[in-house]
Design a protein around this ligand. Structure first.
Ligand code: GUN
Length: 283
């Protein structure tokens, strides 16, 4: 078997086109969707992500506000800024780029963002709603994964999904969203012995560990759907995922490439959540 490549750029472009129309209609109704992004310090990777988020907002006609704070900013100043944005009518989404410097509590920061503007879907209230299957903002990367499966008309109910990685941002919510769609879910992580015995049973394999090309052919069942959330550099400094694409593609049924797979979907779902938040103002 040679896998069908799931093109995240193409799926993103389709969703963004629909969002652009919604943004235009909302703007005409006097509610231009607005996203505020807070960047603390000078982490180069974070700056690149934030720039990309801003550009994507503007490209579909949304308002984008960047707030930059120095590395040594007092925690309270950041919390006050979030509180100010919570009460600002022209801002529908607030995102604080992670990671934060060690003197700032990520938990406090996330819990200060109003759940109604938490377009990252990280607030415990929104995580609780996701777990109980209520309508809410879903975390952007796993939400993007679910959209990719939907777009490819890949049935999830009754399938065995194996998640490798248990981060709060990707692994845990990815498993929960698959469970919500009636998959049987297994979580694997760094303490899982003999990882391949689990991954080889996966109909849907989600790799979110952050280790370059660690999922080789031996980890994959013939015909499996392989979703690669990794974003690493290989030994030559080239961008690559957690999956060894060359080895996996001939074995899998579907596979996402890196770059051009899950990555573009993450920002698209952030735009989606911000537009959803703006629409909530109307309701
Ligand atoms: N850092 C890496 N990924 C993310 C994300 O999805 N949201 C935020 N806020 N920070 C991140």
């Amino acid at each position: 078997m040679t896998a069908k490549i799931i093109d995240g750029k193409e799926i993103s472009a389709k969703i963004r086109k629909e969002l652009e129309q919604e943004v235009s209609a909302l703007t005409e109704a006097g509610i231009k969707p607005g996203l505020a992004v807070i960047l603390v310090g000078n982490n180069q990777a974070s700056r690149t992500y934030v720039t990309s988020k801003q550009k994507s907002c503007k490209a579909i006609g949304m308002k984008s506000l960047l707030i930059e704070l120095p590395e040594d900013v007092e925690e309270q100043i950041l919390l006050n800024k979030i509180a100010e944005l919570n009460s600002q009518n022209d801002i529908h989404g607030i995102l604080v780029q992670l990671p934060l410097p060690p003197h700032i509590s990520e938990e406090k920061v996330i819990e200060t963002i109003s759940p109604s503007k938490d377009v990252d879907g990280f607030h415990p209230v929104n995580i609780g709603k996701m777990m109980t299957g209520q309508d809410t903002f879903l975390p952007c990367t796993p939400f993007g994964v679910m959209q990719m499966l939907k777009h490819e008309q890949i049935a999830v109910a009754g399938k065995h999904a194996v998640i490798v990685g248990r981060s709060n941002i990707v692994g845990k919510p990815a498993g929960q969203l698959l469970l919500n769609e009636n998959a049987t879910v297994t979580y694997c992580h760094s303490k899982t012995p003999d990882l391949a015995t689990f991954t080889k049973k996966a109909d849907i394999l989600v790799a979110a560990v952050g280790r370059a090309k660690m999922i080789t052919a031996d980890y994959i069942k013939d015909g499996a759907v392989v979703i690669d959330v990794g974003m690493n550099r290989d030994e030559n400094g080239k961008l690559c995922g957690d999956v060894d694409f060359e080895q996996a593609a001939p074995k899998a049924g579907f596979i996402t490439p890196v770059p051009g797979g899950v990555g573009p979907m993450t920002i698209t779902m952030l735009l989606y959540n911000t537009v959803k938040s703006a629409k909530n103002v109307l309701n």
